[in-house]
Design a protein around this ligand. Structure first.
Ligand code: MG
Length: 264
């Protein structure tokens, strides 16, 4: 294996170009050596992706929506405990989701709007990341195990062009405790990345960002899978990580010059 550190862009991240070799070991060594760091390990100079697929909760927004919603129902400890176990990969995602949603039965639809307005804030740098990639011709997709009722307005605010999410079932202004349609889980996240990449064409360059265990297959499938302030399992599976800064760290790692970032 040969490797060279191609760029140390102060105060940005470290791009590590590795030609062959054992990436898992390399990743582990770099992580332990530089922790905390912003790092991207790639087999050639990183390029601007043609497709960006991102997780929402704790990646594009600074909360887990279902935990915040649970707070309105007075169920936060019960639900947060299940969320954490799911994110750590200790609990099957679909079971954990259905269990938590059932606990929310009877919650008013208005609680969602109140949650959004008072508790859901974008992750710093999220809009700059999305708008900058879009300006460079990249398609942007928000894919979440959370809910359309949150993801649609978040996508609108951050500039994402497409949303794939779960949908809370609502009847007579109240959550029924059920979900409508199929479940968006780790397999769907990965499938969305692969399908959208195929639409672009063979060899499309893709970027995925996420923080949890259910993001791992998507992070692995992407050309650049970057773990953002992530749980250990997601970090280990990714091609890179951002530990130190906001989401513009992803642009640093991709080598997008700051004077080309879109701040609007
Ligand atoms: Mg997440």
């Amino acid at each position: 294996m040969s490797a060279d550190v191609s760029k140390l862009a102060a105060p940005g991240g470290l791009q590590f170009i590795a030609h062959g070799g054992d990436r898992t070991t390399l990743s582990d060594v770099l992580d332990r050596t530089f922790k905390p760091s912003d790092m991207l390990i790639a087999d050639s100079e990183p390029r601007v992706p043609q497709l960006f697929v991102s997780d929402m909760d704790s990646t594009m927004i600074m909360a887990e929506c279902i935990d915040e919603l649970a707070d309105f129902a007075g169920l936060k400890p019960q639900i947060a405990a299940i969320t954490e176990r799911a994110m750590q990969g200790e609990l099957d995602f679909e079971s954990a989701l259905r269990e938590r949603v059932l606990l929310l039965r009877g919650l008013s639809e208005g609680a969602i709007a109140e949650c959004l307005a008072t508790r859901i804030a974008p992750m710093p740098g999220a809009r700059v990341l999305v708008e900058t990639l879009k300006a460079k011709g990249c398609k942007t997709v928000l894919v979440t195990g959370g809910f359309h009722q949150f993801a649609d307005p978040v996508a609108e605010q951050l500039g994402f062009e497409m949303v794939v999410a779960n949908r809370l079932e609502i009847s007579d202004g109240q959550l029924t405790g059920g979900l409508v349609g199929g479940i968006t889980d780790s397999g769907v996240k990965r499938a969305v990345l692969i399908e959208e990449a195929a639409r672009i064409g063979a060899g499309a360059i893709t970027l995925a960002t996420g923080d949890g265990a259910n993001d791992i297959p998507m992070l692995i499938a992407a050309t650049y899978g970057i773990a953002y302030a992530a749980k250990p399992k997601a970090r280990e599976a990714a091609d890179g990580w951002v530990d130190r800064g906001d989401l513009t760290g992803v642009l640093e790692l991709l080598g997008v010059p700051r004077d080309e970032w879109v701040w609007e």
